[in-house]
Design a protein around this ligand. Structure first.
Ligand code: UD1
Ligand code: PEP
Length: 515
């Protein structure tokens, strides 16, 4: 075993660096981490400098406390990307189906006693976590082929006591099991929903939306304890307190198996909700008002059908690929773009000076969603006059907002980006400064971006949030020299083979693990 100059073993130094970076990303002091893992601050200091032998037990405790998967027992070591930037991209790339419809439809498959086949599902970590949860409770799930068609067959009775808690905790999508599960059992427990570290994400609207269906949830010891009173049924329209996507989906899934008509107001009309409505239609649940904020659901008390459904393409992935073209000043054709969900983004980009073409619309495999192919050309962009902020659909999608920070950094002038939705996501956009961008955090919700940027390569640990992490990766494509992006689980949570697919366009991204 070789040692560093100060006597530390190299692998301990590497682990120490990862722990330090991850701790700083959480905004924790060494003392806070020490308290979380029941050790002393001086021990954490030694660990971070590679001067302390580490037991596997301590490693997994630290990993869990930081929720970073730095070192996780029984799992593959974290993956990193090495990017050789400054290359122009070319060619065409097709958008895959969406993460958010994928996870919603998997949860919705619990409504169906029959066989559900989902076509071309995004094969991403978020879907994998939900599959692990489904498998653990007795659902048979099976990838059918290389096209990522997925078959789901539920058991006669779900075994909720056997739920894979670790998988459940790594995703927020688990919350969407509440709606379907009220049709299965009168009392059950679910682990708390996890996911990206975007600040507090309330679950209250879910509780309020499901209460009229007789669901009472108490949070205790890291779990939601749910009791269902079947005699309780919605007596009047359900008015959502927030126009959230997953809360709308939960209300839809609760209403789908309640015989009779349920009206949901202030519903999200967003893309994943539309996909869920079309899917429920295939299951025999008639829904009026799809794509609007009032949904009228004609529920049925039993569903037992063998069905086949194709979720539609991901507007956020489309935005990511458009951003890749913009930041690298390349001409790329992005195929299968769900245009209804990108119109505002494109209108804004046009204002900023983007040169692009779009084909005539054609139908997605679900026969409802409208797609186009977009060819994006190198353009000289200018900052928009007004601030950029998201709104529930039909508005600029909150998940697309981080891409505008990247794009604003390539544009001439100053842009104010206002993320009123998430408490932490704007903060992570300041990671772009490591690659040469001028991004100033004005307050937790607003960043000020001054462009254009002369990008330069750097080593960055992935921020613990999907879109900001992808934004950093895309900036690395533009940065001359070599960059390293560490611990990319967070990207793999929402994108399938992103590095390989960008490489097919001429990017040079290598994958490596260090221990
Ligand atoms: C699996 C899935 O589909 N995930 C999406 C879903 O998560 P999800 O439906 O879980 O979104 P949240 O419930 O976390 O809502 C996002 C944030 O917006 C706030 N909020 C939301 C609606 C509203 O009318 N007012 C309001 O203030 C919430 O308090 C929260 O802070 O929607 C988010 C917001 O579009 C997206 O980032 C996620 O990709
Ligand atoms: C925040 C996101 O989604 P999730 O609800 O899966 O955390 C996202 O897609 O960027």
């Amino acid at each position: 075993m070789t040692h560093d100059r100060d006597g530390a073993k190299p692998y301990l130094t590497q682990i120490g660096n990862l722990i330090r970076d991850s701790r700083r990303h959480r905004g924790w002091t060494q003392a806070q981490l020490a308290t979380a893992v029941s050790t002393s601050q001086s021990a954490i200091n030694r660990i971070e400098h590679g001067n302390q032998n580490l037991s596997m037990e301590m490693l997994s405790r630290i990993s869990e406390a930081l929720d970073s998967g730095i070192v996780s027992l029984g799992q593959a070591a974290p993956t990193h990307l090495r990017v050789t930037g400054g290359r122009t991209l070319s060619g065409s790339i097709s958008v895959k189906t969406s993460k958010n419809a994928g996870v919603a439809l998997l949860c919705a498959s619990l409504l169906n006693a029959g066989r559900t086949t989902l076509r071309k599902v995004a094969r991403i970590e978020e879907v994998n976590r939900i599959l692990e949860v489904l498998d653990s409770i007795g659902v048979r799930t099976r990838w059918l082929n290389d096209d990522n068609d997925l078959e789901v067959v539920p058991p006669k009775k779900l075994d909720l006591a056997a739920i894979d808690v670790e998988a459940a905790r790594r995703t927020r999508s688990i919350i969407m099991m509440l709606g379907p599960l009220i049709h299965h059992q009168d009392s059950f427990e679910l682990p708390y929903a996890g996911g990206c570290a975007l600040g507090t994400r309330t679950v209250e609207p879910h509780m309020a939306a499901l209460r009229p269906f007789g669901l009472e949830v108490k949070a205790a010891a890291g779990r939601y304890r749910a009791e269902v009173d079947r005699a309780v049924r919605p007596q009047r329209p359900i008015v959502l307190t927030e126009r959230g996507d997953t809360v709308t989906e939960n209300a839809l899934m609760a209403a789908a198996r309640r015989d009779g008509v349920t009206v949901i107001r202030n519903a999200s009309p967003n893309y994943m909700v539309q996909d869920l409505c079309f899917f429920l239609g295939e299951l025999g649940v008639r829904i009026e008002g799809v794509g609007t904020t009032t949904l009228t659901v004609h529920g049925v008390d039993r569903i037992d059908r063998d069905i086949d459904y194709s979720p539609s393409e991901d507007p956020i992935e489309a935005m990511s690929l458009i951003s890749a073209a913009i930041v690298t000043s390349s001409e790329i054709t992005v195929r299968r773009v769900p245009i209804e969900f990108l119109e505002i983004e494109l209108a804004l980009l046009e204002e900023m000076g983007l040169d692009y073409d779009r084909t005539a619309e054609y139908a997605a495999a679900n026969e409802r969603t409208r797609l186009v192919d977009l060819t994006v050309r190198p353009s000289t962009l200018r900052a928009p006059i007004d601030k950029i902020h998201p709104m529930p659909f039909p508005g600029l999608n909150i998940d697309n907002l981080p891409f505008f920070a990247l794009i604003a950094a390539t544009a001439q002038g100053s842009t104010l980006i206002h993320d009123w939705v998430y408490e932490n996501r704007a903060l992570y956009l300041t990671e772009l400064t490591k690659l040469g961008a001028k991004v100033t955090l004005l307050d937790p919700h607003r960043v000020y971006v001054e462009g254009p940027t002369h990008w330069s390569g750097a080593e960055v640990i992935c921020p613990p949030a999907l879109r900001p992490a992808v934004v950093v990766l895309l900036a690395m494509l533009a940065a001359k020299g070599t960059s390293v992006l560490r611990n990319v689980y967070v990207i793999n949570r929402g994108y399938e083979q992103l590095a390989d697919r960008l490489n097919q366009l001429g990017a040079e991204i290598g994958t490596f693990r260090d221990i």
